[in-house]
Ligand binder design. Structure first.
Ligand SMILES: *Cc1c(COP(=O)(O)O)cnc(C)c1O
Length: 387
């Protein structure tokens, strides 16, 4: 059936026809509980009526005019994101990789303004930043880069969660201009750094005049129980990127700059035909409305704590190496490869994901209730028992 598609994905043998909240139904009418939400995208649930209504209403008025003109909805979304993050100005893209491309270009431009030639950006092992040439070059996973050489230069990789390694680079590389890191690694296996990691990176960025750039594409928009994961700390980044849950499935990304990084990407230095068009911005504004109305950050925290606590209490098998998470971003690391569990879970009517080979990753919609959380717990426990 998929002969006419490039085989870039090994897809599971299921076709979903419709969704509602945390549920999906396939072409045969079988119901599934979605504990991955289109990879942390559909946070307010599938087919949310307010979003459907907003998209329809907007489509009847205006979908696109380009960034040649003033866009009121883009202005409003920009203001809202600045208000939620405490940052200053936004560039809108259509995806996560493009949001990171904007951040990388911003860092290059920052270097050029400061007369730094051959600038370098510190990145970390196990990271994921996207599939475009620059973002895959920044990504700390050899498999993703393999066969795509020559890569984009200007990235120095250090081990994740290793402050000393960053300090060593600081001493030996006067041309560093930025650090790009995920507050919690998603694709890398739901890896949570030590408590002071981000704050110490912040201090180093201040000391060396680097930009602190956080990739919150997966952790942002309430996933970890705060609007943005950095809000679990007292620091603020200079640049933050968003995408995934921002439009609940309508493609939109954002690169947001704080004081130190504002005013660097000026007219003519960057752009996007579609970026921040009225349809996408209307969807994202509606997502934020729904999240505020239903206090979904709080919900993510509550259900996330419950899931984590239950897993820690009930998953005592020797094949369970580590259970970790923040909000509704949860990883259960097993001692061995377990990608086969995804299909077994599908058969049981629950959608899960396995990343980094042996980490069961759960990213359910932020709207799940206790009973749905219990179903996820029961299914995962049953599956781990089969290992
Ligand atoms: C998904 C993801 C990206 C890439 O986003 P796309 O929309 O697929 O380009 C980048 N960074 C992180 C942390 C992600 O999880």
């Amino acid at each position: 059936m998929a002969d006419s598609l490039m085989p870039t994905y090994s897809r599971l043998p299921v076709t979903f026809e419709r969704g509602e909240g945390a549920y999906l139904w396939d072409a045969n009418g079988k119901q599934y509980l979605d504990a991955i939400a289109g990879i942390a995208v559909c946070s307010v649930g599938h087919a949310h009526p307010d979003i459907a209504e907003a998209i329809y209403d907007q489509a009847k008025k205006l979908v696109h005019t380009s960034n040649l003109y003033q866009l009121d909805l883009q202005q409003r979304l920009g203001e809202k994101l600045c208000q939620l993050s405490g940052l200053k100005e936004v560039f809108f893209s259509n995806s996560g990789a493009e949001a990171n491309e904007a951040a990388i270009k911003l860092a290059r431009r920052y270097a050029s303004q400061n007369n730094i030639v051959n600038p370098e950006i510190i990145v970390v092992s196990g990271s994921f930043h996207g599939r475009t040439l620059a973002t895959l070059s920044a990504t700390g996973n050899e498999k993703i880069k393999e066969g795509f050489e020559p890569l984009v230069s200007g990235f120095i990789q250090v081990p994740y969660n290793d402050i000393e390694a960053i300090k060593t680079v600081a001493k030996n590389h006067p041309n560093v201009v930025a650090v790009l890191v995920e507050p919690i690694q998603g694709e890398g296996g739901v890896n949570i750094p030590d408590e002071h990691y981000l704050a110490t990176i912040r201090e180093l960025c201040n000391q060396y005049n680097w930009l602190m750039m956080l990739d919150e594409i997966q952790t942002g928009m309430g996933r970890t129980g705060k609007w943005f994961a950095f809000q679990h700390t007292t620091i603020k980044p200079d640049v933050m990127t968003l995408a995934k849950a921002l439009g609940n499935g309508v493609p939109i990304g954002a690169c947001i700059a704080g004081e130190k990084a504002a005013g660097i990407l000026t007219a003519g230095t960057h752009g996007s035909t579609f970026g921040g068009n009225p349809l996408a911005c209307r969807a994202a504004l509606t997502v934020i409305d729904i999240m505020e109305q239903h206090d979904l950050c709080q919900q993510a925290q509550k259900q996330g704590n419950y899931l984590l606590q239950q897993f820690k209490a009930q998953l005592g098998q020797p094949q369970v190496e580590h259970i970790r998470g923040k909000g509704l971003m949860i990883g259960i690391e097993l001692t061995e490869e377990c990608t086969g569990l995804v299909k077994q879970a599908l058969e049981k009517g629950v959608l899960i994901n396995v990343t980094a080979g042996k980490v069961i990753r759960l990213l359910p919609p932020l709207v799940i209730d206790q009973q749905q959380a219990d179903q996820i717990i029961a299914t995962v426990i049953e599956l781990v028992d089969t290992i």
